[in-house]
Write a protein that binds this ligand. Sequence first.
Ligand code: SF4
Ligand code: SF4
Length: 135
Amino acid sequence: MTLTITAQTISITSIEQLNELSGENVKLCMQCATCTGMCPMTAEMDLSPRTVMHLVQFGMLDRLGASNTCWKCASCHACTVKCPRGIDIAKVMEALRQHVLRTNKNYIEPSALPAERIAELPQIAIVAAFRKLTS
Ligand code: SF4
Ligand code: SF4
């Protein structure tokens, strides 16, 4: 993936917003990619956890909001326990979900699910898909 970084694409406000939402300091990331190596869900993600952290460091929330990565994150914390910089990446993923939900967008739209699919799925799975750990 090619990234074009200019003074216009960097949003200090967004970086601070993500830090506040997650309680983490995303600037500490040194792009070692240990998180990607540990993640069991990377095959399903369009951006790896390392790439997400890279975009977060530039405050590129619009690009991240269009990615499926934070929704595919299983909140397993495998990345978190191995990050050499002590960053809780699962919390950053949760903050990204919160950011999207605050724009009143759902990754899965309830009205788009067929009734027969809703009937066969466990209710808790449906709720988790809408909100995951995000409150
Ligand atoms: S493991 Fe930590 S330091 Fe390494 S790329 Fe991931 S978030 Fe950054
Ligand atoms: S918490 Fe999410 S990003 Fe981290 S290893 Fe688990 S699934 Fe991957």
